[in-house]
Design a protein around this ligand. Structure first.
Ligand code: ATP
Ligand code: MG
Length: 730
């Protein structure tokens, strides 16, 4: 144990020691917000607060693990282990499992990932005989998600005039009906999607005040990291839980709000002041992460945004190198240059591969970097993209787990009823599915009943095969509470012969698939060995609950050693690396907006994203762009990103007199003239309280509460503002 207070500066220390009452910390990148939150928890425990009374919300599971480790160093492992700390989704799914029955779900409910819920949506669109060129499943899915995150139920969606009009505009009059059917199917399957985890928590707290009170009384202290990226649904959960004790501490940075496309609301910060007029605020201004050059360069970019809370961020670290800017002809060459520089920097400074990261705007950019690194034997790890858990063979095994835990889960059943092949054809499955829809039962219910199978039109042969499948699932289900997760996965593989299906002799490509399943089993073994609570074994339900909620930033496989990190800028939030490459800095890619639809809010969000990227770097930052990039098999010519010209040029090191240099200089001058005129007044250093008043949101400040009063009737139609077509269609 060590004295963590010694490691804090005065304002950080004040923020850690003032543990009572609502507290808001809005401060720039790298100023120690997460550090404050972490040690505030340690401090609470040191002051005698039971760790069971603390609820701490982080943006990723990985962040939670790291924070727990630090807390454990400060106050001991036992206390840290029992903390309720994790993402909104993981913690509230835990509460929902405990309380499931009162809201009509089994406690074993399945969590649908994006693919699962898209597959349900596709099937509804097909059943309703709608045109999937008009009702594009991704668009429908994102509109349903937006509605849920604003607590708009299907009924209110259907009753809302704004929505009906929006539907007409977009020629999707059936959207409300799809939403309704989607909700019905999920409920029938005992499944929740990610947004449901928050929506259902809100409904639980709205309709069952006694349950709410139980958790209000349990959690005396609530802490939230990355508060700028909470959505309305999350905001409301926190507000309700904190209503009794009002010991809520939120930390965040409005300049790093990068998830508005997923419904994150900067208004949540503004509401804080209104919700808790007695709140305290602590200003953290010193950046400890980056060189002065990087901090100043980041400041010079973000000040171009008009929608922000003015605040100071400075660094007392070394001045550091200038930011390196380079360009190449093609995207392949960009990959080669980055790999070359990694080796150069590594040789010159002696740092490890894990001190490097390559950040890009879109997942698709990763392929070239992977190839270039591989060719030079540079080890790397990649986050996001098609994650390990989204691979077919892994999803197949997981589908077995989900089905044996919750036989009502039709999506999982359809996935594996004939995999490995057991002679149950598509026609049989369709017959079962139709009968299930007709009788409002699950497919498994129909399959389990001889009479229903007969009515569904199954012949004797098909029936026998279906019966054998049902018996196997029932037998496996009967063991879910007897065997631990690892024993269970062994049994599932043995009974289903899934590994034989991926036999190398059948197809050499199967080698990778068997290895992946092997890796999955290793992972389950780890979980089973390490997550054991006293006297309670780690069951398969515990495992699938965890797996469903892994985020892009969570470890993929067991490779956490010395590797270069490849990730999107979105996933890099909260992290830091000695050396950072931000690649693909071209118009239309980063900022990822079309020249023709230049919308100020979108542009400002892209700029915040760029600010997040720049502020990940501790020592060295390299920026690159290409002149031509292949897209969909065609060559496209690219223009350098406007963000390059927004960085004050004194912080940049450019190849002398290169074409890019001249171009950027010219653009910078033009822009400077324009911006002095537009934003010249923004550089005030008011206190945060005053500046919050001054924030302009498209001319208006709207409190969420004005739009939604969450009492008996509401949740319904909570935030119609959000449902206008332009915010829904993204
Ligand atoms: P972000 O906005 O990116 O989430 P943050 O405000 O949460 O950043 P932290 O990640 O907590 O900042 O801190 C940034 C870095 O500075 C970390 O490496 C942290 O350990 C270090 N740091 C913070 N405060 C201090 C301090 N008082 N003394 C030394 N190092 C510090
Ligand atoms: Mg942080």
């Amino acid at each position: 144990m060590y004295d963590y207070l010694e490691t804090l500066n005065t304002p950080q220390r004040n923020a850690v020691e003032n543990i009572e009452g609502p507290t808001l910390v809005i401060a720039g990148a790298g100023s120690g917000k997460t550090r404050v939150l972490t040690y505030r928890i340690a401090h609470l425990i040191n002051k005698g607060v039971s760790e069971k009374q603390i609820l701490a919300l982080t943006f990723t599971n990985k962040a939670a693990r790291e924070m727990k480790e630090r807390i454990s160093n400060a106050v001991g492992e036992e206390c840290a282990k029992n903390l309720w700390m994790g993402t909104f989704h993981s913690l509230f799914s835990k509460i929902l499992r405990i309380e499931a029955e009162i809201i009509g779900y089994p406690s074993t409910f399945t969590i649908y990932d994006t693919q699962d819920s898209k597959s349900v949506i596709k099937s509804i669109i097909k059943n309703k005989k709608l045109d999937d060129k008009i009702y594009r499943p991704t668009v429908v899915q994102s509109r349903i998600s937006t509605a849920k995150n604003n607590l708009v139920t299907p009924q209110s969606y259907l009753n809302n005039k704004d929505i009906r009009e929006a539907d007409k505009i977009k020629q999707m009059p059936q959207l409300g009906a799809i939403y309704l059917e989607y909700t019905r199917r999920c409920k029938k399957a005992g499944a929740m999607d990610f947004d449901d985890l928050l929506l259902e928590t809100n409904i639980l707290f709205r309709d069952h005040p006694e349950v709410l009170e139980k958790y209000q009384r349990r959690f005396h202290y609530i802490l939230v990291d990355e508060y700028q990226d909470t959505n309305f649904s999350q905001y409301l959960i926190i507000k309700k839980l904190a209503a009794l004790k009002k010991n809520l501490c939120v930390v965040g940075d409005d300049a790093q709000s990068i998830y508005s496309f997923r419904g994150a609301k900067i208004e949540n910060i503004l509401n804080f002041k209104n919700d808790y007029p007695e709140f305290k605020t602590f200003k953290l201004e010193q950046n400890y992460r980056s060189t002065r050059t990087i901090v100043e360069a980041a400041n010079s970019v973000i000040k171009k945004n008009s929608e922000q809370i003015p605040k100071k961020t400075y660094s007392e670290n070394e001045l550091g190198e200038r930011i390196e800017l380079f360009n190449t002809l093609t995207d392949n060459e960009e990959g080669i240059e980055v790999a070359k520089r990694i080796l150069q920097i590594k040789n010159a400074t002696g740092c490890n591969y894990e001190n490097f990261s390559i950040l890009y705007r879109t997942n698709a950019q990763s392929r070239i970097f992977e190839e270039c690194l591989r060719k030079r034997n540079i080890p790397y790890k990649i986050f996001g993209g098609l994650s390990f858990y989204q691979r077919k063979e892994i999803k197949d095994v997981l589908a077995y787990f989900k089905l044996i835990v919750n036989p009502q889960d039709d999506e999982s059943l359809k996935r594996i009823i004939n995999f490995p092949t057991r002679g149950i054809g598509a026609t049989t499955v369709t017959k079962l599915e139709n009968a299930a829809a007709f009788n409002d039962l699950s497919i498994f219910d129909i399959a389990s009943d001889a009479h229903n199978c007969q009515l569904a039109g199954l012949n004797a042969g098909a029936f026998r095969k279906v019966q054998a499948f049902v018996e196997m699932i029932n037998d496996l289900s009967s063991k879910v509470n007897m065997l631990n997760a690892f024993e269970m996965v062994e049994l599932v593989c043995e009974r289903t012969n899934i590994l034989e299906e991926y036999d190398f002799n059948k197809n050499p490509e199967n080698k990778g698939k068997t290895e992946n399943i092997q890796e999955l089993m290793n992972g389950i073994k780890d979980f089973t060995d390490n997550s054991m609570e006293e006297g309670k074994s780690f069951l398969i339900l515990d495992y699938i609950s965890e797996v469903a909620l892994l985020t892009d930033q969570d470890k993929q496989g067991g490779e956490d050693t010395d590797r270069v990190t490849l990730m999107t800028v979105h996933s890099s939030k909260g992290l830091e690396f000695k050396n950072v490459f931000i690649v693909g800095l071209e118009e239309k890619l980063f900022p990822s907006i079309k020249e023709t639809s230049l919308n100020k809010q979108e542009l400002e969000e892209e700029r915040r994203l760029f600010y997040v990227a720049v502020t990940r770097a501790e020592k060295k930052l390299c920026l690159s762009f290409v002149k031509q990039r292949s897209k969909w098999g065609k060559i496209e010519f690219c223009t350098p990103s406007r963000f390059l010209s927004e960085i004050d040029s004194q912080y940049l090191k450019m190849p002398l007199e290169s074409e890019s240099n001249i171009f950027i200089k010219r653009k910078e001058n033009q822009r400077k003239r324009l911006e002095q005129h537009q934003y010249g007044h923004l550089e005030t250093q008011d206190s945060i309280i005053n500046s919050i008043k001054g924030v302009r949101l498209d001319g208006k400040i709207k409190r969420m509460e004005e739009l939604a009063q969450i009492d008996k009737n509401v949740i319904i139609g909570a935030n119609p503002e959000q449902l206008k077509p332009q915010t829904l269609i993204k």
